[in-house]
Design a protein around this ligand. Structure first.
Ligand SMILES: Nc1ncnc2c1ncn2[C@@H]1O[C@H](COP(=O)(O)OP(=O)(O)O)[C@@H](O)[C@H]1O
Ligand SMILES: CCCC(=O)OP(=O)(O)O
Length: 357
């Protein structure tokens, strides 16, 4: 269906990406960056509803467009029940699960609600594809170490899948026939082990484990975390914010902005250099772990996300991981195109919708 007019909404932790896919082409693709000072004002992600909505409507109107010009909306997210990958129509049940916070609290839930409300207001169907809870983990990856806690995937599934498919094409192979390590380097960081078209292991990039990231703590020493929780110095919400939103680079350097951190490093800031290098060190360890999960049979490593634009990060990371497999660089993300493609596959009757149950 070449006449599809799709509004694409992709809220990240540090940005809102807005796209408009018209007549088979991405006519608008803008990333509105949100300063740390702006986001800090909101006590919870739900308080960002108007702020994120204004960013979306603002980009549309700057481009002489309005929601009423669209015949579909596609959004990334949100934190819903663990489910198989695929394209879903956003339904009330999904929205209720996003609101519950049981599956995580990330601005994609707010974006999902904005999309859902706009869809209802203007009678436009709303879709999502490969949400963060896309679950293809192998059995061993589900074990945490205690039966009370099962590991679960909560990560950049949409970009991990889209990047993996793109790199498979670059390798001249089918995604189902290759083993890949995909590293998403954004506000959050996920490292996925892709075996024959399935992500059999990945860190919980939202509030679970893995490398620390611009705004997340990643894996913490468990005993020390427990002591901190019971120290009486922090409320539960404060601890959760240390894990997601105010952890990682932000906690050490007071900013999630890698461009600013690179500037400080260039000016001789030793602390900034040390922290930035520590993040790279942790990412490299995750890549090594994924290589072991794939038993050393790795066709390629793909680096994606906006941090791949960072020369300082790239130089150090490549030194540490290039021995494992050829590294393919995919700076930015493929999420906007992937969301548009998912809707078009459905409109063109090439793929059925998956059902959220
Ligand atoms: N050109 C760039 N060079 C270096 N770092 C960048 C660049 N653009 C964005 N970043 C950094 O990438 C991170 C955000 O990545 P992004 O993929 O936009 O994440 P999100 O979608 O989670 O907001 C931030 O630390 C940001 O400062
Ligand atoms: C829940 C995973 C989605 C995510 O972490 O996205 P950002 O890194 O873009 O904030």
């Amino acid at each position: 269906m070449n006449s599809a007019k799709i509004l694409i909404i992709n809220p990240g932790s540090t940005s809102t990406k807005i796209g408009v896919h018209l007549d088979g082409e991405m006519k608008v693709n803008e990333s509105v960056k949100h300063a740390d000072e702006e986001l800090r004002k909101f006590p919870t992600i739900w308080h960002q509803y108007d702020y994120r909505k204004e960013a979306i409507i603002g980009v549309l109107s700057d481009n002489g467009l309005s929601v009423t010009d669209m015949n579909a909306i596609a959004c990334r997210g949100g934190n819903v029940k663990p489910l198989p990958g695929g394209t879903y129509r956003v339904c009330n049940r999904m929205i209720e699960d996003m609101k519950s916070g049981i599956y995580g609290a990330h601005p994609i839930n707010v974006g999902g609600l904005v999309a859902y409300d706009l869809g209802r207001e203007h009678d436009i169907p709303v879709f999502t594809a490969d949400p963060p809870m896309t679950d293809e983990l192998c059995t061993s990856a589900r074990y945490s170490g205690i039966p009370q806690i099962a590991r679960q995937s909560s990560f950049h599934a949409l970009n991990q899948k889209a990047t993996a498919r793109k790199v498979s094409v670059e390798l001249g192979k089918n995604y189902q026939d290759v083993n890949l390590i995909v590293v998403h380097l954004g506000g959050g960081i996920s490292v996925g082990a892709h075996r024959n078209g399935k992500i059999i292991d990945v860190n919980n990039a939202l509030d679970g484990d893995g490398a620390f990231s611009p705004e997340r703590a990643g894996t913490l020493p468990a005993g020390d975390l427990v002591k901190l929780c019971f120290s009486g110095e922090y409320t539960k919400d404060e601890v959760l914010k240390l894990l997601t939103g105010r952890g990682g680079l932000y906690a050490y350097l007071g900013t999630t902005n890698a461009i600013e951190i690179e500037r400080r490093i260039a000016q001789g800031d030793q602390k900034a250099a040390e922290v930035y290098e520590a993040m790279v060190f942790q990412v490299a360890k995750e890549v090594g772990a994924a290589a072991a999960v794939l038993e050393g049979k790795v066709d390629a490593i793909a680096l994606t996300g906006s941090l791949v634009y960072s020369k300082v990060l790239l130089e150090s990371l490549l030194k540490k991981i290039s021995f494992i497999a050829p590294v393919h660089l995919n700076p930015g993300e493929n999420e906007m195109e992937a969301l548009a493609d998912a809707v078009l596959r459905y409109f063109n009757r090439e793929e059925d919708l998956a059902v959220y149950s």
